[in-house]
Design a protein around this ligand. Structure first.
Ligand code: 5GP
Ligand code: MG
Length: 180
């Protein structure tokens, strides 16, 4: 499989964006303890970069949510919170790779609210312009992007490309013609 070449966000731009958003997060929470929950697997690369820029007392956990069972079209959303740490009475920041229709973050925050955290805010690396189908807006957005399928810096296509250091467009010829 060839590496996608049409770069949307370079490694340098990503680092600058993550550094800037870490500052915004610090302005909100100050020195208060924070629990960061990353939505697996797409947020894993940003999560690693982000938490190393945070100086408040920090707990880190993950929740798994998946709506793409291979391919570029959404399927049924499944959420697995078995690995999530206790968030009752905690301030929680939920981190995901990309805010597209918004259904994933709506469902995950709904599930988390049942566990009675003190607060829940949401942070996404990317927000796809004009795609949202929900009332929720993320509290922190690192980059606004056009409505194209992207990979890299954690984002996959059929479980590949997560390790690209940049974010790239997946060109139509790189997507299987049946859209699966
Ligand atoms: P939503 O529920 O907001 O429609 O979708 C959010 C999830 O869909 C993201 O966490 C991500 O896993 C996946 N997703 C949406 N758009 C893209 C994209 O352009 N590229 C990749 N790799 N995943 C995407
Ligand atoms: Mg995801």
């Amino acid at each position: 499989m060839e590496r996608p070449l049409k770069i949307l966000l370079s490694e340098h731009q990503l680092q600058e964006g993550v550094t800037a958003v870490a500052r915004q997060v610090a302005e909100v929470y100050g020195d208060r303890p924070l629990t960061i929950i990353g939505v697996m697997t797409g947020s894993v690369v940003m999560l690693a970069d982000l938490i190393r820029q945070m100086e408040m007392p920090l707990r880190v956990g993950v929740v798994q949510a998946s709506s793409y069972h291979g391919g570029v079209q959404r399927g049924e959303l499944t959420i697995n919170a078995d690995l999530m740490p206790d968030i009752t009475g905690r301030e929680v920041l939920l981190v995901d790779d990309i805010f597209d229709t918004g259904h994933t973050l709506v469902e995950v925050t709904r599930l988390m609210r049942e566990l009675r955290p003190t607060s829940i805010r949401t942070l996404v690396l990317l927000r796809k312009a004009g795609r949202q189908e929900v009332d929720l807006e993320p509290d922190f957005v690192v980059f606004e992007i056009p409505d194209e399928f992207v990979v890299g810096y954690g984002l996959d296509y059929e479980d590949e490309y997560r390790n690209l250091p940049h974010v790239a467009f997946l060109e139509p010829h790189e997507i299987k013609s049946d859209g699966s």
